[in-house]
Design a protein around this ligand. Structure first.
Ligand SMILES: [Zn+2]
Length: 105
């Protein structure tokens, strides 16, 4: 019974690990379209683009920090950060080797 509870926690933890990666990469990929959109807005409201990009920069930085510091559900060390830095395409925990799609098998 305890094993099933641990598996449930691990499964929701892996879903969270995947979600944080998608969020961080999505925020980074959206930076150029958001900058183009805010450039048009900056012309309308007559504010420098820099001031309009500050909130997006904070949100983007927060997402990237959450991604880099995301703990592994099994070993509780940073899932994507290993000895060589953060690996954004890692499919396994950089410390214990937990597969990111283990709950889908
Ligand atoms: Zn781990």
């Amino acid at each position: 019974m305890e094993k099933l509870e641990n598996r449930h926690i691990s499964d929701s933890g892996l879903a969270k690990v995947r979600w944080v990666r998608r969020l961080a990469l999505g925020m980074l990929l959206a930076a150029v379209p958001v900058a183009l959109l805010l450039f048009r807005v900056s012309e309308i409201v007559r504010l420098p683009l820099f001031f309009l990009m500050i909130p997006y920069g904070f949100v983007c930085l927060s997402a990237v920090l959450c991604f880099a510091l995301m703990p592994c559900p099994r070993c509780e060390k940073r899932f994507y950060a290993g000895a060589w830095g953060v690996n954004p395409v890692a499919k396994k925990c950089q410390h214990c080797g937990l597969d990111i799609h283990k709950d889908r098998h």
